[in-house]
Ligand binder design. Structure first.
Ligand SMILES: NC(=O)c1ccc[n+]([C@@H]2O[C@H](COP(=O)([O-])OP(=O)(O)OC[C@H]3O[C@@H](n4cnc5c(N)ncnc54)[C@H](O)[C@@H]3O)[C@@H](O)[C@H]2O)c1
Length: 344
């Protein structure tokens, strides 16, 4: 079994599958800063311009598709731990390409987990989602009933179950059921609630709220990346074979409250009042409040970043022109677009 003691960081090689994505890039950057050797395996559906900005002798980038078993077998070779983020992500993207979603999110994830087990990699961290709870009245913990309302969430539940079914003393997966993320990433997404609201406030001067009463747990990208690092560095006897909700009770928000937070941050930054328009149609039916007690107790994880800071950062990226056209298809997963060169 690999040792995860302090002082041995330079020797640890982490494979981040999906490391070219919205969360992946931020996590990979932090791992490199901590001195880990990182191999990224990604098919770069949304292009590879963002990852190419991370240059480090500790970083190896492998372009490949996880639905091809030989690609995975080669990539996991010599890894001490595997973080698996790659997926068709989000309800609209899964709805647009259902077969690809099942192959990527479920079948490929199980074969990756099996390959890790056969290769003796016991630390396997899998990105799932709080969307598995779908709709629920109570504060939901990891043992609460699952109530998926999309193919995306169903594939994540099936993968969780399949991965956990092969766990034993030598293969100790950890499942991360993440809150909805927000914040700036070099591989930006504007199809996530806080980012979308900031973008429409910038481009149209209005924040649109669909419904508004639904509860949703939110978490910044930076905090999410820190949670992975906490799990990576935790003793496997504590976190192995467990499921964690990843987020913060303080960031369980109603969608209408998210809009107020976004508008408030923009007003603080620019002095401009942004109007909030509530629409009854196109309401996302997901509605859940989540407990994060387990990850806090086992790892001490606490979220540090607020919506306020993240909105201001995104706004400044838009205002400075660093993000030129936030309506480009590349920022919305369901288009499966990689024409990033247009962004310039
Ligand atoms: N962003 C969120 O709010 C959020 C919330 C909960 C859970 N998650 C989970 O976190 C993970 C990362 O999400 P994200 O927001 O960074 O999404 P993303 O779409 O930006 O990243 C996914 C990455 O996976 C890669 N990928 C997809 N199919 C692949 C394949 N067949 N082979 C190789 N690479 C492939 C893509 O190219 C992309 O870089 C996902 O598993 C997602 O389900 C995200």
């Amino acid at each position: 079994m690999m040792s995860y003691q302090k002082g041995k960081k330079m020797k640890r090689k982490i494979l981040v599958i999906g490391g070219g994505g919205y969360l992946g890039i931020v996590l990979v950057r932090k791992l490199l800063e901590l001195g880990y050797k990182v191999r990224v395996l990604d098919s770069f559906i949304y292009g590879s311009r963002a990852i190419s900005c991370l240059s480090s002798p500790l970083l190896e980038i492998v372009k490949g598709d996880i639905t091809h078993a030989e690609v995975v077998t080669k990539a996991i070779n010599n890894s001490d731990a595997v973080i698996h983020l790659a997926a068709v992500v989000g309800d609209p993207a899964a709805k647009a390409r259902p077969e690809l979603t099942i192959n990527t999110n479920y079948i490929a994830s199980l074969s990756i987990a099996s390959a890790c087990k056969l290769s003796g990699i016991n630390k396997f961290i899998y990105a799932s989602t709080c969307s598995v709870y779908g709709i629920g009245d109570e504060i939901l913990d990891e043992d609460s009933p699952l109530n998926p309302v999309s193919l995306y969430a169903k594939t994540k539940i099936s993968s969780e179950k399949g991965i956990m079914s092969i766990a034993n003393g030598e293969f100790c997966p950890t499942i991360m059921r993440m809150s909805t993320l927000y914040g700036y990433s070099p591989r930006m997404r504007f199809d996530l609630v806080v980012n979308t609201m900031t973008m429409t406030a910038f481009t149209e001067g209005v924040i649109k709220v669909f419904g508004g009463n639904q509860w949703r747990p939110l978490l910044s990208l930076s905090d999410a990346a820190d949670a992975y690092i906490k799990i990576l560095e935790a003793d496997i006897s504590v976190i192995g074979g467990k499921i964690y909700n990843v987020g913060s009770e303080k960031q369980n928000y109603r969608i209408s409250q998210v809009a107020e937070q976004v508008a408030g941050a923009i007003e603080e930054l620019t002095g401009k009042k942004v109007s909030i328009r509530t629409e009854k149609d196109n309401q996302d039916v997901r509605d859940y409040k989540v407990s994060f007690e387990r990850i806090r107790r086992d790892t001490g994880f606490e979220a540090k970043t607020s919506i306020n800071e993240a909105v201001k950062e995104i706004w400044m990226k838009l205002e400075s022109g660093e993000i030129k056209d936030p309506k480009q298809k590349v920022y919305y997963n369901h288009y499966f677009d990689s024409s990033e060169e247009l962004i310039g």
